[in-house]
Design a protein around this ligand. Structure first.
Ligand code: NAP
Length: 307
């Protein structure tokens, strides 16, 4: 079967695109990724998505979006797209499960993945004290001392979340100023068991005899300090998930997809990009959702031109 619109990614951009595409009567499929919901599904407290006066979490929001998309007939598939042949009229997406999905148009809503700090033993310590998701892994460090690295909204929100689980949360940031919104910084400063360590660079992840993280060797204001922690949550921003595209589509220097001004149309005919994967600056769920809706509307218009 050849779908009208294939959507890659299941964050707010992907779901919103699926709702609009399926509701427009187009045969729509979503390739959701390794798990449904994208990055926002890791968020415990979502308080700025319009329409919800009470606090909701990311899983609730994206599950509602999924049900809404399915109610209009959008088909959902788990899995990741590993390569894509998108230059021809019929686009082909190859998944890690060996499936070949054909569609007349494609919406890329793959978002971003966490940026590693770049320490030599960082990858080996994943699952042994290094994590990129406090919501997912925080519970394993109940009552222990942990660090969060970064000074953006994510780092501050992760610190606040961890402060309810861990004994002490050390917020390690390379500058004294924070990129995060003042409301998040103020909440963290008011939280007794969050300790700010700035300006601090991480020089080494020190491990114990079992190969698990034991401490961080830091330069705090240029003075060496050893900080004993059971875990370090790295929260220093994200990178766009565009590697599977190869070099057929135009990306900026950081790998974000370039689209026409005010549109989601990419440099490849019939291929659209929505959400964080094209938005290095305003990475917000509500903006991603709007962008997904726009991508679906542009894809529907495109389908008329090829009929
Ligand atoms: P971000 O805003 O880009 O912040 C990244 C942080 O990591 C910065 O403090 C940066 O330090 C630091 N950093 C970057 N590279 C580093 C390195 N090599 N070593 C040490 N520190 C490093 O990323 P984010 O917090 O993941 O947020 C991403 C986007 O999502 C932002 O637009 C954010 O506003 C948004 N967001 C919004 C909410 C919300 O509730 N509204 C929640 C989460 C995220 P410098 O400041 O020194 O560069």
């Amino acid at each position: 079967m050849i779908y009208d619109i294939a959507i890659i990614g299941s964050g707010p951009a992907g779901y919103s695109a699926a709702i609009y595409a399926a509701r427009a009567g187009k045969k729509t499929v979503m390739i959701a990724g390794m798990q449904f919901g994208g990055q926002i599904a890791r968020t415990m407290h979502l308080e700025n998505y319009p329409g919800f006066a009470q606090k909701i979490d990311g899983i609730f929001l994206t599950e509602e979006m999924r049900k809404q998309a399915e109610s209009f007939g959008a088909e959902m598939k788990m899995g990741s797209v590993v390569s894509a042949d998108i230059l021809k009229k019929i686009k082909i997406l190859n998944t890690d499960g060996g499936e070949k999905i054909e569609a007349h148009s494609v919406i890329i809503a793959t978002g971003t993945t966490p940026r590693p700090l770049g320490m030599p033993n960082e990858a080996a310590l994943i699952g042994k004290g290094i994590s990129y998701c406090a919501t997912c892994d925080g519970f394993f460090f109940k009552g222990r001392d942990v660090a969060v690295v970064g000074g953006g909204n994510s780092a501050l929100i992760e610190s606040l979340h961890l402060s309810t689980i861990a004994r002490t949360v050390y917020l390690v940031h390379r500058r004294n100023e924070f990129r995060a919104e003042e409301i998040n910084v103020a909440r963290a400063r008011e939280t007794e068991n969050i300790k700010f360590i700035t300006p601090a660079e991480i020089d080494e992840f020190i491990t114990d005899e079992k190969g698990a993280l034991k401490s961080l060797r830091l330069s705090v204001d240029k003075h060496e300090q050893i900080l004993d922690v059971s875990a370090a949550f790295i929260s220093i921003g994200t990178m766009p998930s565009t590697a599977f595209l190869g070099d057929v589509i135009e990306l900026d220097n950081s790998g974000y997809i370039i689209t026409e001004p005010n549109l989601t149309k990419t440099t490849v005919d019939g291929v659209f990009a929505a959400g964080d994967v094209k938005a290095p600056r305003f990475r917000q769920a509500v903006i991603a959702a709007a962008s997904g809706a726009q991508a679906a509307m542009e894809a529907v218009d495109y389908l008329y031109t090829i009929e």
